[in-house]
Design a protein around this ligand. Structure first.
Ligand SMILES: C[S@@+](CC[C@H](N)C(=O)[O-])C[C@H]1O[C@@H](n2cnc3c(N)ncnc32)[C@H](O)[C@@H]1O
Length: 371
């Protein structure tokens, strides 16, 4: 069945999401602010859930329309073909948000959409009420500038929840962002990755997954796995396909360090949970003693910004140290994400490239240096 999908992502990652979806075989891929629209069948849906590194979830786009009153919202939602997805016994809770719109009361919009879907399904399924004891079809809505977008979530827990990090350090980077940092730094399976302020090890783990083409969602569950209207065989086939695409016997290696022994212990546990011990080496070390183990390297790091950890002056001191210990050498690239606009000045060099990215709500720049 041909379906329309919408994949929300962190601001700045749209191009990475669009690229990976095209590689997976999605059609009509269109990147917008914070989301990517695409088309495909249920196989693409399963594939995107299992293999996407950069998107937050995969939603079926049921419909979109303009609404400036509760009546328009009700009629618009009722006109959509919910019965194509939601069966007589299925559960269909509604949640969402409103932004810059005439309709701004989220809970009222939520109840109206629910009522509209109930009315539609009553008529189509010819039943007077719904037990909602079956599979979960989470309806998600957004109302932005009076445009209502109605979707059904195929993912469940957000895709950044890979499952390897049940505990973490105080300021971990989101897995999807860490993966994108590795993609933007052009990390390859024959590279050596360094993160000398690795905290819980997210960049090292996402780097190892990306470089070896290991799908991040291979070992987790997705809501749509329990949907009766999609052939469950597809999930197994897509997992096998993804496994076949894993690169074998790569030269990839990663070295991570952090001044905090507790962080290194957490990183060690996460690396183990992710099954990546053979690729990742960890040790406790201060950045001032940074000494690479190899001739060439791709260094990607997320130092303290002076926002969540350390004060700004201490963070700036670290940037100066980084400028001293990250030698400008052939075969090396240094890729640093921080919210501090003074970073290049403290580091002592102008970046070859920089990109605007968001780490949660914090606007950052990704400074990339290479020779
Ligand atoms: C923003 S956190 C990194 C989070 C990491 N990307 C993650 O996903 O967990 C910054 C890290 O820098 C470490 N750090 C601070 N000062 C350091 C220093 N002088 N040498 C090495 N690591 C340091 C902190 O312990 C912290 O784990």
């Amino acid at each position: 069945m041909e379906l329309s999908f919408l994949s929300p992502c962190l601001l700045g990652l749209e191009s990475a999401v669009a690229f990976e979806l095209k590689e997976m075989g999605a059609r009509d891929v269109n990147a917008e602010n914070g989301r990517v629209l695409f088309k495909g069948d249920e196989r693409i849906m399963a594939r995107a859930n299992i293999a996407s590194r950069f998107s937050e979830r995969i939603l079926i786009l049921v419909g979109t329309f303009r609404a400036r009153s509760f009546e328009e919202l009700f009629e618009g939602a009722k006109a959509l073909p919910w019965e194509n997805f939601i069966g007589k016994n299925d559960a269909f809770p509604v949640k969402g948000y409103c932004l810059n719109s005439k309709l701004f009361a989220v809970s009222s919009c939520q109840s109206i959409i629910k009522k509209a879907v109930v009315e539609r399904l009553k008529a189509k399924h010819k039943v007077p009420w719904f037990s909602e004891t079956g599979a979960l079809y989470q309806i998600r809505f957004s109302i932005m500038k009076d445009i209502v977008t109605l979707t059904i979530d195929t993912t469940g827990a957000s895709l950044h929840k890979r499952g390897y990090r049940p505990i973490s350090t105080p300021a971990p980077i989101k897995e999807t962002l860490a993966a994108a940092l590795c993609r933007f730094a052009k990390l390859r399976h024959y590279h050596t990755l360094y993160d000398p302020m690795c905290g819980s090890g997210t960049i090292l783990i996402e780097g190892a997954l990306l470089a070896n083409n290991i799908p991040p969602g291979l070992n987790r569950e997705f809501t749509s796995m329990s949907w009766k209207n999609f052939d469950s065989k597809i999930w197994q086939e897509e997992k096998e396909r993804a496994l076949d695409l894993v690169k074998k016997d790569t030269d990839f290696l990663a070295y991570g360090s952090d001044i905090d022994p507790e962080a290194i212990e957490i990183a060690r546990q996460s690396v183990k949970r992710a099954g990546l011990e053979r690729f990742i080496n960890l040790k406790v070390a201060d950045i001032k003693d940074f000494k690479p183990e190899t001739e060439k390297g791709t260094l990607i790091t997320n130092p303290p910004y002076g926002e969540r950890l350390l004060d700004i002056e201490k963070a700036k001191e670290i940037y100066k140290v980084m400028g001293r210990v990250f030698e400008q050498k052939q075969g090396w690239s240094y890729n640093i994400i921080t919210s501090d606009e003074d970073f290049p000045e403290c580091f002592g060099r102008k970046p070859n490239k920089n990109r605007k990215l968001y780490n949660g709500m914090i606007q950052c720049r990704y400074y990339m240096y290479y020779k």
